[in-house]
Design a protein around this ligand. Structure first.
Ligand SMILES: NC(=O)c1ccc[n+]([C@@H]2O[C@H](COP(=O)([O-])OP(=O)(O)OC[C@H]3O[C@@H](n4cnc5c(N)ncnc54)[C@H](OP(=O)(O)O)[C@@H]3O)[C@@H](O)[C@H]2O)c1
Length: 285
């Protein structure tokens, strides 16, 4: 954990990003070294945000920060950290807030795992890694920001879930279960934190073209680029939408499937040929 680069100051701000006090927004994003997180960082950078970017791959994270500065970010601090490491995450997020309060925190880092054709169950190791990263990793990211945001009575928390958390799919049991857990947590937090002036948005992406989905062998209806996903997410957060789900036709279909008899939906889902590689990730020892 803990490599931090303070980069030189950059450029402009916009009114709609500006927090109370008129400065540019301060935005923390996990998983900023790749895919959706990186694209979201760049989208905020173009509006002159002060960025706090977290990831594990120092080289890709540094490249993302440099791209953000080139795009107009006021600053782009980077922290190499694993979201499974609760203490390290608390230290980093507390330090980032002490320097300047966070306006927006995006718990985005995550991995996928699933079944290949013919494989009956996921390995227990992969299942536990999924919960360590996609569930505990979200707790480790969000918890340190809750008290400071509530004390200031301001702040936005975004939790990245998935369509797989709306209705379970037979090809990725642990991923679906982990995302469903984050959906429930985000929905509960939203109600609990609203009276304290803090908004919580659950982000529910369909297929987004990133390294994660490049490894997936499946029909990907409605797939969007990471830049498009970032713009939808950013706009939704500006409007403090409780749920930012896209594309809407997939969200509607998944909600509808959740209402149908489970055996019918399971039967339909099984007809698709889907190969989701098992994650090499493990729990932290
Ligand atoms: N792409 C989709 O279609 C899609 C759909 C629904 C939901 N999502 C969700 O969107 C989020 C981002 O996914 P993506 O598609 O952008 O994937 P990606 O391109 O593979 O990026 C994943 C990011 O998460 C970081 N990460 C993974 N494990 C980590 C850990 N233990 N500690 C710290 N950082 C970690 C990675 O950092 P390093 O590379 O530096 O390790 C990387 O920056 C995930 O939560 C995913 O479940 C994606």
């Amino acid at each position: 954990m803990g490599i931090k680069d303070d980069m030189p100051a950059g450029s402009p701000s916009t009114a709609d990003l500006a927090p109370q006090g008129g400065n540019t927004a301060r935005v923390l994003i996990t998983g900023a070294s790749s895919g959706i997180g990186r694209a979201l960082a760049l989208a905020y950078a173009r509006e002159g945000a002060s960025l706090v970017l977290l990831g594990r791959d120092a080289e890709r994270l540094g490249a993302a920060a440099n791209a953000c500065l080139a795009a107009g970010a006021e600053e782009a601090e980077t922290y190499v950290a694993d979201v499974r490491d609760r203490e390290a995450m608390a230290r980093i997020i507390e330090a980032a807030q002490e320097k300047r309060p966070l306006d927006i925190l995006v718990a985005n880092a995550g991995v996928s795992t699933g079944l290949s054709p013919g494989q009956i169950v996921e390995t227990p190791e992969a299942v536990r890694a999924m919960f360590a990263i996609n569930v505990a990793g979200v707790f480790n990211t969000v918890e340190p920001a809750i008290a400071p945001m509530c004390a200031r009575k301001s702040g936005r928390i975004a939790i990245v879930g998935s369509m797989a958390g709306v209705r379970s799919l037979p090809y990725s049991p642990a991923y679906c279960a982990a995302k469903a857990a984050t959906h429930m947590w985000a929905d509960s937090l939203r109600g609990a934190l609203a009276p304290h002036g803090v908004s919580v948005s659950l982000i529910v992406p369909g297929f987004v073209k990133t390294p994660m989905t490049a490894a997936l062998k499946a029909w990907q209806p409605g797939a969007v680029s990471d830049q498009r996903a970032a713009l939808i997410i950013k706009r939704g957060l500006e409007r403090r939408r409780p749920v930012i789900a896209f594309p809407l036709f997939i969200y509607a279909a998944m909600r509808f499937f959740a209402l149908l008899p489970p055996a019918v939906v399971d039967g339909v889902m099984r007809r698709f040929h889907v190969d989701v590689p098992e994650t090499p990730e493990r729990e932290l020892s």
